[in-house]
Design a protein around this ligand. Structure first.
Ligand code: NAD
Length: 474
């Protein structure tokens, strides 16, 4: 084991757990890294009770006072960015550069939290002679976030700085596959001066998540993960009268028109498909080739061949994930699709126990094939050919998901038609990973999100607070 066994982090303490643990294994080379507690409802209850105790003092601070912690925390994230990127690489398998990029996004959201005093200054108006109405945004209590494996730092930071800066106390239930970055996050928040009990980490799996959904003293939760679990969590949490926002999976379509710039499009589509080994909810999954775009497809194949596992392409999360991804490719090939670039069977010398899939480009995919419909979550691009833009948009909109979509073209008219018609939350024009920068919020539509609003940006302020409307006459 490279790291000590993990403990829950409750009330600023490492809390030992004598129940069941799960091994944490590096997908880079199969090295055992640590083990993580599979907490029960009792550990969730303990964390909630500590977070409740911390709530009174923390919520009584002004937002300006609370934001000071995040100015210091931002400096710590910056100072430790390389170390965090290494940790992310060890437990998640992505490249060091990709780890740095997600820490940069964590910093960006921390900066957004630092701006909350300005954004939440209350509104006030004289509504009739001598009568004033004002609105104040107040925190809601103990809140929780449940996060996935694919962004061990960025996704927890979608909520931690904003929810806490707004005065709530917080429980993080990170993915049991990548618990080490969450543990380090707890260290750094403590070092930044966050009072004990304001941020707590409870490790675990389904049991811990269900206990969070059921706990009567948790006022709100966010979930980020796959669609089936997002649905279950949303239904269970709201049935328990919690405020909930659950982000689900994705199947993102990139529409390529014949007038698109060949090189720019090829580089961008390949990066969208293969970046973070395709394990991004914003990754390109299906490319819809409209008309004659063979030169672009050839160029995507060239780019893909230069994307080498273990060099500029990271690992997928586990052997099971590798097998699942490869099975999708094999099934599509058997159903008549043409594998132009084949990433199956990738092995990285010196990391034979790692879990790698090379970039894979599959042409002549039919919309009824499973690879065109389900989330593969690997570096695989399925190309579906159509003749008209209308057909492409129709295909895109037939997907039950609605996280992201993009169009590649030099025509403003075509881009506008796509923007108007697409049933998707985040759209790109010549941008294959259209993640909105803050303060524009992150959030999909349809089966990619359950609940209202975006998880970051200004709409998160409404999620993590309730408003008090005060009418005054003196
Ligand atoms: P996952 O759904 O397997 O797990 C997410 C979280 O749910 C983890 O903390 C896990 O411990 C917990 N969990 C797992 N099974 C559970 C169960 N039966 N009941 C309750 N909780 C359970 O997701 P993952 O594999 O960790 O992450 C990949 C998925 O996340 C992909 O589908 C990806 O598209 C999605 N994702 C979505 C977004 C978004 O913003 N829409 C962002 C990142 C990832």
């Amino acid at each position: 084991m490279k790291y000590d066994p993990l403990t829950n982090r409750i009330g600023g303490e490492h809390v030992p757990f004598d129940g069941e643990h799960l091994d944490v294994v590096s997908p880079v080379d199969g090295t055992p890294l640590s083990c993580v507690p599979l907490s029960t409802a009792a550990e969730v209850d303990r964390a909630v009770s500590v977070a409740q105790d911390a709530y009174e003092a923390w919520s009584a601070c002004t937002v300006k006072e609370r934001s000071q912690v995040f100015y210091r925390y931002r400096e710590l994230l910056q100072r430790h960015a390389n170390e965090l990127a290494d940790l992310i690489r060890s437990e998640n398998g992505k490249t060091h550069g990709e780890g740095r990029a997600e820490v940069a996004k964590a910093i960006e959201i921390t900066e957004f939290a630092c701006s909350l005093p300005q954004l939440t200054a209350g509104e006030v108006m004289e509504v009739s002679a001598g009568v004033e109405c004002r609105v104040e945004h107040v925190p809601i209590g103990v809140v929780a976030s449940i996060t996935p494996f694919n962004f061990p730092s960025m996704v927890p930071h979608w909520t931690i700085p904003i929810a806490i800066c707004l005065g709530n106390t917080f429980i993080l239930k990170p993915s049991e596959k990548v618990p080490l970055t969450a543990d380090r996050t707890a260290d750094l928040l403590q070092e930044a001066g966050l009072p004990a009990g304001v941020f707590n980490v409870v490790h675990g799996d389904r049991t811990a998540v269900e206990a969070i959904c059921d706990h009567q003293k948790i006022a709100a939760l966010t979930f980020v993960g796959s669609t089936p679990i997002a649905k279950q969590v949303y239904v269970r949490a709201t049935a328990n009268l919690k405020r909930a926002l659950a982000m689900g999976g994705a199947k993102n379509h990139l529409i390529v028109l014949p007038d698109a710039d060949v090189e720019q499009t090829a580089v961008n589509v390949t990066a969208s498909m293969a970046g973070c080994a395709g394990q991004r909810c914003m990754a390109a999954a299906t490319m819809i080739a409209v008309g004659e775009v063979q030169a672009i497809i050839d160029s995507i194949c060239d780019e893909s061949r230069q994307t080498i596992p273990g060099e500029n392409l990271g690992a997928v999360i586990s052997h099971e994930a590798k097998e699942r991804i490869e099975a999708y490719i094999t099934e599509a090939e058997r159903a008549g699709a043409t594998v132009l670039v084949d990433g199956r069977g990738a092995v990285v010398p010196g990391c034979e126990e790692g879990s790698y899939v090379g970039p894979t480009v599959i042409d002549n995919v039919r919309p009824d094939m499973r690879i065109a419909q389900e989330e593969v979550f690997g570096p695989v691009l399925a190309i579906v050919r159509v003749q008209q833009l209308d057909e492409a948009i129709e295909l895109e909109n037939a997907s039950p998901f609605g996280n992201a979509a993009a169009i590649y073209t030099q025509s403003g008219d075509a881009a506008r038609s796509f923007i108007d018609a697409a049933s998707v939350g985040m759209l790109g024009v010549n941008v294959g990973v259209p993640v909105p920068r803050e303060p524009f919020g992150f959030g999909g539509w349809n089966e990619s999100r359950f609940g209202a609003g975006d998880i970051t940006g200004t709409s998160a302020i409404g999620f993590w607070t309730q408003s008090k409307k005060i009418t005054t006459r003196w």
